[in-house]
Design a protein around this ligand. Sequence first.
Ligand code: NI
Ligand code: MN
Length: 218
Amino acid sequence: MEITWLGHAAWLIESDGKRVLIDPFITGNPSAPVGSEELDRIDLIMVTHNHSDHLGDAVKISNRTGAKVVSMFENVNMMHSDGLKQENGFGMNKGGELIDIGGLKVALVQAVHSGNECGVILGIGNKTLYHAGDTAFFSDMELIGEQFSIDVAFLPIGGYFTMGPKQAAKAAKAVKAKVVMPMHYNTFPQIKQDPEMFIQMLSGQRGIVALPGKTIKL
Ligand code: NI
Ligand code: MN
C-alpha cells in the first residue's frame, strides 16, 4: 500500500490498482504538493464533513475522473447541488458495517465536530484505515477500535478546531491503531504543532510523520 499526504487532512491511498482520496482540499491548501488537475485515475473520494478545508475539490475531481464520492447524506446532497453527477454520489450515515463500492470497503463512524461530521473507515487491499476527520477526543473511539481492526489511523493534532497532540495520543490508543499518522497541523497559524511531540506520546503504536508529497509504503 502507498500512502501520500497531500497536506492538511488530504491523503491519497493506493493499493491493488485502486486510488482513493480522503478530504481532497487541494486548491487553496498551502501545503498541497500537487495541483488538483494532477490527481487522475481516482476511484473513490471520501469526505469527512462539509467544511471547505475537507470537502475541497471533491466535486471537481469526481466530475473529471468519475470517482465515486462518499460522505454523510446531507453533504452528498449539497455536492449534487454543486454539480456532482447523480450516479457518483453515495450519501451514507454513521454506524453501519463496511459496504462495498467498486471493490473498496467503506463505513462512516462517529466524530465530534460540526459540518455534518464523521470519521471514515476504508478497507483497501488487506488493510483497514481510519481517518478521524476533524474531531475532539471522545471515549467511544474505543468502540471504533472494537468494531474495526485498524491498521493505520490518520488523526488531527492541530488543536484549536480539533484535538491536540495529547488527546490525539489518547485517541491512537483508544482505536488500537497499529500505525498512526498525524494530520491537520501547521497548515495555518492557529494549528501550529510539533508532530514529533505527538509521536513521543504514543504508547504501543508506530507513529509516522508524513511529509506532503512523499509516499510512504506500508
Ligand atoms: Ni472542520
Ligand atoms: Mn478542518
